[in-house]
Design a protein around this ligand. Structure first.
Ligand SMILES: [Zn+2]
Length: 264
């Protein structure tokens, strides 16, 4: 081996070492970035989901009934939930099968899909403080729905006042009373549904005007009643028809008897 080839060999090994080092540095920086991103989102996915469920169940049916369009300035608007896009990319195939709508990877439970979103698709989150729906949980009574804390907890007057203030702010920014009768009606509904329960007296319950669930229960009751009454109706119909048939047979029999009587 001459000196030239030795030099080339040395250069090659040096460059590959450099490359390895570069890729290591790259991996490390990516890991750091991922960690930074993981720490950047100071918004609970679980509580955001609870808040969304409350909005969907106890507010949206009324908003739809009024055909009112919530402005994007309102923090309850779907665009202001930073997890909305990811939540809409959850595909629930079976009880134990959840699929990622972005990359089609499957998971056995929703929580693993949540982790996958946090690790792999964090770049899709539009991280902004004003877009954290979980921040509205105080006003929207998430704890009442999530059953995380005992409801028989001692009432904290300062926290209750703060939640009441946040709640009224939401009512006024989402349904400004100067924007027509539907906005006024929804403002009043919002106060009844969410804000009035923020007292330490415990007299008012949240969601007093009911929600979608109650409508479902109503329809369920009607369906069960119909299903129960349907066989009874058919039995009555059958008995009635049988009676009618017997009646006509008897009617047919009568002239026969008359015919028999004639020759005798
Ligand atoms: Zn994915």
């Amino acid at each position: 081996m001459n000196t030239a080839s030795l030099l080339i060999l040395f250069l090659l090994s040096f460059s590959s070492a450099q490359q390895n080092q570069d890729s290591e540095i790259f991996a490390a920086s990516r890991l750091l970035q991922e960690e930074e991103h993981a720490h950047e989102v100071h918004c609970s996915r679980e509580r955001s989901r609870a808040a969304w469920k409350i909005i969907e169940e106890y507010l949206m049916p009324f908003v739809e009934k009024e055909r009112y369009e919530i402005s994007s300035k309102c923090r309850l608007h779907p665009d202001n939930d930073l997890f909305r896009d990811q939540e809409q990319h959850k595909i629930h195939l079976d009880i134990n099968e959840w699929q990622c709508g972005y990359c089609k990877k499957s998971f056995r439970a929703e929580q693993f899909l949540d982790q996958h979103f946090d690790n792999r698709h964090y770049n899709l989150l539009n991280v902004s403080r004003s877009k954290c729906l979980a921040d509205l949980c105080g006003a929207l009574h998430c704890d009442a729905v999530m059953n995380t804390k005992s409801t028989k907890r001692k009432c904290n007057p300062a926290a209750t006042a703060r939640n009441h203030h946040l709640c009224e702010g939401l009512a006024n920014s989402c349904f400004p009373t100067n924007q027509g009768p539907s906005a006024r009606r929804l403002n009043e509904l919002f106060l009844h549904q969410f804000c009035h329960a923020h007292t330490c007296s415990g007299k008012q319950k949240p969601f007093s005007r009911g929600g979608q669930k109650q409508i479902h229960v109503f329809y369920l009751a009607i369906s069960i009643l119909t299903l129960m009454l349907l066989p009874i109706f058919y039995v009555i119909l059958y008995l009635h028809q049988r009676e009618m048939r017997e009646g006509t047979q008897e009617l047919r029999r009568i002239p026969k008897v008359g015919q028999k009587k004639k020759p005798s």
